[in-house]
Ligand binder design. Structure first.
Ligand SMILES: [Ca+2]
Ligand SMILES: [Ca+2]
Length: 351
């Protein structure tokens, strides 16, 4: 009798398991997509009820081409999409602000590219992937006070872009797959970037950063940057990581040159003027290519003009930012071929 009951029970468990498995599977296509906004990552579960999204930006797909024609490094050409940001979300938790970046392709947790080993023999030991990802370097810039001229208008070294005076950033967060101390030491030791050195407290390299299947998730204590407000502006740069780039104009970003190499993107120039950024927050592909291609790159660095990248603001919660004509399109009209005077007036070259 007891055996018969047990058999029935086992049968019931089997049916329930099968049903829940079938209901849980949303088909093949879902498994290829990044987690959606309702997904709960394990370490936020306890705080889910209090979690509050203060900013969301859905970025274009297939715009991991920087200024429009950038090509992946030869060593990463079979990993198309790993630098393509799909979604950026900022959440206000109890004592921390959480930044979540979803990419088009899964995050590589191991650095298996032989090139990287050649560049950095230490990577064989797993040093570079100890945080769970290998190839993406990310800057997040935040304008917290919305006060023209308050904050910094230059980007971190090697990014080769600037911000508008009206949209100067107050805080930057750097997500590096390498040791945090590499960045903090760089900021501390490179006194030739005097303004950057003096403002190094504005730049935060979080310890609490994790790679998920398609995402990088970083948490920053509010005491570092304050309580997030709905009118804060954000910009995100997705770059390749190059542990060896600590040159005069470089801070662990992979360079974009004329032709791709194993350790550089292609589609830029062999000088120092083109942005070394592969994806930014942009209303669409076209506006991104337009913004990032407003540069002049010369053998003589003083003649260079850097692209000016707009901040993205969202007054309401969870709204895709409005297309901001004045900042993003050139004033003369996108099709005229003329460059907005903002881009051609002299720009101070900051070293
Ligand atoms: Ca994108
Ligand atoms: Ca973009």
């Amino acid at each position: 009798m007891a055996t018969a009951n047990l058999a029935k029970l086992m049968q019931l468990i089997c049916i329930i398991t099968t049903l829940s498995f079938l209901l849980g599977c949303g088909g093949k296509s879902r498994s290829n997509r990044p987690l959606d906004s309702t997904s709960v990552i394990p370490h936020t579960r306890g705080e889910k009820a209090r979690a509050r999204t203060v900013f969301v930006h859905e970025d274009s797909q297939y715009d991991d081409r920087g200024a429009g024609h950038y090509l992946y490094p030869i060593s990463l050409q079979n990993r198309d999409g790993i630098f393509d940001l799909r979604r950026f979300e900022v959440r206000n938790l109890d004592r921390v602000i959480e930044f979540r970046l979803d990419f088009l392709r899964p995050i590589d947790t191991e650095d298996l590219i032989s090139l990287d080993r050649a560049v950095d023999p230490q990577s064989i030991t797993g040093v570079r992937t100890r945080k769970g990802w290998a190839f993406q370097l990310v800057d997040i810039y935040i304008d917290t006070d919305r006060t023209p001229g308050s904050g910094l208008t230059f980007a971190l070294p090697g990014r080769n872009v600037e911000f508008n005076y009206e949209e100067a950033w107050d805080h930057a967060i750097v997500l590096t797959p390498g040791p945090n101390s590499d960045v903090t030491n760089y900021l501390l030791e490179r006194s030739e970037y005097r303004e950057l050195h003096n403002n190094r407290k504005r730049i935060y390299v979080p310890n609490d950063v994790h790679a998920r299947h398609y995402s990088l998730v970083a948490r920053v204590p509010k005491q570092q940057i304050g309580d997030p407000q709905p009118d804060w502006g954000y910009q995100v740069f997705v770059m390749g990581y190059d542990s060896s780039n600590t040159s005069r104009n470089g801070m662990f970003n992979m360079r974009v040159k004329t032709f791709p190499t194993d350790n550089a993107f292609g589609g830029g120039t062999d000088y120092q003027g083109n942005p070394n950024i592969i994806d930014i927050l942009s209303p669409d592909k076209r506006s991104q290519y337009h913004v990032l291609s407003q540069y002049r790159s010369n053998p003589y660095q003083k003649d260079n003009l850097l692209s000016i990248v707009p901040m993205i603001y969202s007054k309401g919660k969870q709204k895709t930012p409005i297309f901001r004509e004045k900042s993003i399109h050139n004033a003369a009209g996108a099709n005229s071929g003329l460059i907005d005077s903002r881009y051609t007036s002299p720009v101070k070259v900051r070293r």
